[in-house]
Design a protein around this ligand. Sequence first.
Ligand SMILES: C[S@@+](CC[C@H](N)C(=O)[O-])C[C@H]1O[C@@H](n2cnc3c(N)ncnc32)[C@H](O)[C@@H]1O
Length: 183
Amino acid sequence: MTTTAPTTADRDPFSDIKIATLAHLKQHGCGCYPYSDGSLLATLTAATKATTVVELGTALGYSAAWFAGTGAHVHTIDRDPVHSRRAYDHLARHNLADRVSRHTGEGTHILPTLALTGTDIAFFDGYAPTAAAIRALTATLRPGGLLIAGNMTLGGQADQIRDQLATWQHTDLGETLLAVKPQ
Ligand SMILES: C[S@@+](CC[C@H](N)C(=O)[O-])C[C@H]1O[C@@H](n2cnc3c(N)ncnc32)[C@H](O)[C@@H]1O
């Protein structure tokens, strides 16, 4: 008999949130897919010693939980108040609610009002990325801070975003773009 070694995905501490998100998506068809690789988010947070993260696209709190689980503080934005409320319940169950500040509204409207500067990581996980959302997120980053932009293969304004970030050190990891803000 052959056995397969467990992978990080088999040891997901937030699998309950992922399952709840997929069930919600099935019921409402709202497109709130949980991010495909939570452990990547936590690994990048730990590797960069990030203490502050700003996220566009809370959904039911799956990616926020992975970021907050490293000890970082997360500002997360979602325009759907039901998603945001359910995210609170999930994060509270994992004792992470006090590490996550939730903001409800359109990302490009909310971000400037938060007046965040010097964040270490900016994460985009709304649906297809827009140039305006990426601009608003990256404005919060410190020099040397990391942009993690999901859903780059969904179309939208991906080409425009790549032009915007042409001078940034960047690479593609599947559907995710990683880019470091110039010093
Ligand atoms: C793909 S889901 C996010 C998944 C989440 N990061 C996770 O890992 O579970 C996208 C979420 O972004 C929200 N959203 C999409 N566009 C947005 C925008 N322009 N401003 C605020 N929220 C937005 C949607 O309501 C939805 O909850």
